[in-house]
Design a protein around this ligand. Structure first.
Ligand code: GLV
Length: 317
């Protein structure tokens, strides 16, 4: 059968590893890499991560585009996208990786890890009774989708007071849900540790700025707010984050994503004493797990089923 072949168009993430796994999981068809010679009419599915804009436009038999990540901003960055469904990654493996990273960062700040790292370096043993309990710390998650909801539930298990902010209200056990622009400030005002897991869209671009940071709680058990961003760098204004840290408006930050990646060596974020920097590894797309997800999606579609995790072109997530 024609037009069932797969094109991997991925900048980074080892494209050949996706090709090898998908070829093994989807026998009887060809899986091509973007630089290969292939018949464009044979391609039914494009599997993408920051593909070359315009490069999908003349795939006349394309049935679906699969993002290799949870985010689809890299797909929408292409102004010449063919009009086919776009599916994102929703997968337990990726969700659990993200929750691990989020819980780790929350605990690093909650338990003052930076303070003890520097004391250990200087061999200083101090009596330190400044140890608030999780029940007295308010965590707020911007973006209460698949990833946010899982992190929220695990943090609630640890005893934190957890709230989420999202476009639509969510009914999640033990999680306080704030929705829409009208409830944003109330959500920020009760948040000691802000976790950002929003998608990057024209609406959320630059949302983490000084004005928002100033609205976070200043009266909490940790003595001031902390910021954790594992969404996208384009959500944050790094000049504002540094200014807030220097002014003591923000106590500390964990950033996995940056306005420019790789983070330039000249960025002060690398060496700021209150900042944890990680290289966009909070939740990597595991080759085996995500290949299985995409293969399941293609098989289901060809058996007459529905594609899952399709994003909205209007909302861009
Ligand atoms: C990672 O950045 C993803 O979108 O999954």
């Amino acid at each position: 059968m024609k037009s069932r072949d797969v094109l991997i168009s991925s900048s980074g993430m080892t494209p050949s590893a996706w090709r090898d796994r998908l070829a093994a999981l989807l026998p009887g068809r060809s899986v091509h890499l973007a630089g290969d010679a292939f018949d464009k009419n044979s391609i039914g599915y494009a599997v993408t991560w920051y593909h070359q804009p315009g490069s999908l436009a003349d795939l006349s038999n394309l049935a679906a585009i699969f993002s290799l990540g949870a985010g689809v901003d890299h797909v929408f960055a292409d102004p010449n996208l063919p009009d086919v469904p776009i599916a994102r990654v929703v997968d337990l493996d990726l969700t659990q990786r993200m929750t691990e990273w989020i819980v780790l960062q929350v605990l690093l700040h909650h338990r003052h890890q930076r303070r003890y790292e520097s004391r250990q370096r200087d061999k200083i043993w101090i009596e330190d009774r400044d140890q608030p309990a999780a029940k007295d710390v308010r965590v707020g998650i911007m973006g209460l989708g698949e990833l946010g909801a899982d992190a929220a539930s695990k943090l609630a298990n640890l005893g934190f007071q957890v709230a989420g902010w999202s476009t639509r209200r969510r009914e999640l056990p033990r999680i306080l849900s704030f929705a829409g622009d009208t409830e944003r400030d109330e959500f920020l005002a009760r948040t000691d540790i802000l976790i950002v897991l929003l998608p990057h869209t024209p609406v959320t671009q630059g949302i983490i700025n000084l004005e928002l940071i100033k609205r976070l709680a200043r009266d909490g058990a940790l003595g001031g707010p902390f910021l954790i961003n594992a969404g996208r760098g384009a959500l944050q204004n790094e000049v504002d984050i540094l200014a807030a840290l220097d002014a003591g408006i923000l106590q500390g930050a964990s950033l996995d994503v940056f306005q420019t990646e790789p983070l330039p060596a000249s960025s002060r974020l690398w060496s700021h004493p209150a900042v944890y920097v990680s290289p966009h590894i909070a939740a990597i797309s595991d080759h085996d797990a995500i290949s299985r997800l995409i293969a399941r999606q293609i098989t289901r579609l060809e058996e007459g089923g529905r594609l899952e995790h399709v994003v909205s072109r209007e909302q861009r997530y």
